[in-house]
Design a protein around this ligand. Structure first.
Ligand code: C2E
Ligand code: CA
Ligand code: CA
Ligand code: CA
Length: 278
């Protein structure tokens, strides 16, 4: 048995070696892509109850040698390597640059862009100052940048994380809990003053028509949010049936393929020009 164990360990070593090397290569390529400004933010529209666009979520895109690498593949690498710090700064800067341009369009002065921020970014001293300085540099009112964070931000009540969040919130930035309902933290964090809204995870939204418990979770989330005076947005809205269900439950904000896919900023700009905003 002892021998078998030892053999089993030896058997996996070359595979582990290969996986580590592949990761290092990906990290290196991502670093170059960031330095050469080869990353892009695509924008997915967010709609209000009247069917008007009020904002968009910025989603990171990396095209490597003609192939799109999904963020689910490179964000974890960036988080583990620490590359998420410069990458995250770039995302905020680029979102502000795009916002400064989009806000000039007729009727778009108060457009809100939401950016995804990894929990790890909040552990870096000076993150809040960097974000605030970036907004100032682009002359963007702080209320027009929303930060999408996940529940993992609230698991440890680490001083730096909380302070950072409170500093940003006090400066006027809004916070949304992304993928709401998929994490394991306590609900107590919803009472933190720094949280403004919830984003119901697409895994629940997808199932509301066929799945009784998904429907119940979505209903419960909406009524709890109402009681706590939090705004709710449903993500991953793919069909008219789902939209109708959500409207009937009192949901007033939507995002998903039914409404529009993430598109390059230039295409989003065209959509705003042709459809107009609130
Ligand atoms: P997320 O923040 O939950 O983003 C929503 C994901 O759902 C996006 O995938 C989006 O393209 C996709 N989506 C939008 N509408 C629909 C729909 O109707 N149906 C379905 N099935 N999917 C829809 P994407 O762009 O591949 O991003 C994946 C994840 O990568 C994001 O999940 C987010 O966690 C992370 N990510 C993306 N951009 C950034 C970034 O700039 N910084 C950080 N830290 N993470 C990012
Ligand atoms: Ca998000
Ligand atoms: Ca999400
Ligand atoms: Ca996610």
């Amino acid at each position: 048995a002892k021998d078998g164990g030892r053999n089993a360990v030896r058997f996996f070593v070359p595979e582990m070696q290969a996986a580590i090397e592949a990761r290092l290569i990906l990290e290196q390529q991502l670093r170059y892509a960031l330095e050469r400004n080869e990353l892009e933010l695509h924008l997915q529209p967010q709609f209000d109850a009247r069917g008007a666009v009020f904002g968009a979520e910025a989603l990171l895109r990396w095209r490597r040698d003609g192939d799109w690498i999904p963020p689910s593949e490179f964000i974890p690498v960036a988080e583990e390597s620490g590359l998420i710090y410069p990458l995250g700064d770039w995302v905020v800067d680029e979102a502000c640059r795009l916002l400064a341009d989009l806000c000039k369009l007729p009727g778009c002065a108060s457009l809100v862009l939401a950016v995804n921020v990894s929990t790890r970014q909040f552990t870096r001293v000076g993150f809040a100052d960097t974000v605030i300085a970036t907004l100032e540099r682009h002359r963007i009112p702080t209320g027009q940048l929303e930060l999408e964070v996940t529940e993992s931000l609230f698991i440890n009540e680490l001083g730096t994380t909380q302070d950072c969040m409170e500093q940003l919130h006090a400066a006027g930035l809004r916070f949304t809990i992304d993928d709401f309902g998929t994490g394991y933290s306590s609900l107590r964090y919803l009472q933190t003053l720094a949280v403004d809204s919830l984003k119901i995870d697409k895994s629940f939204v997808r199932g509301v028509i066929e799945n009784h418990s998904d429907a119940s979770i979505v209903r419960a989330t909406l009524s709890m949010a109402q009681a706590l005076k939090l705004t709710v947005l449903a993500e991953g809205v793919e069909s008219e049936d789902i939209r109708e269900f959500l409207v009937a439950c009192g949901c007033r904000r939507f995002q998903g393929y039914l409404f529009g896919r993430p598109v390059p900023a230039s295409a989003f700009r065209q959509q705003l020009l042709s459809s107009g905003v609130s």
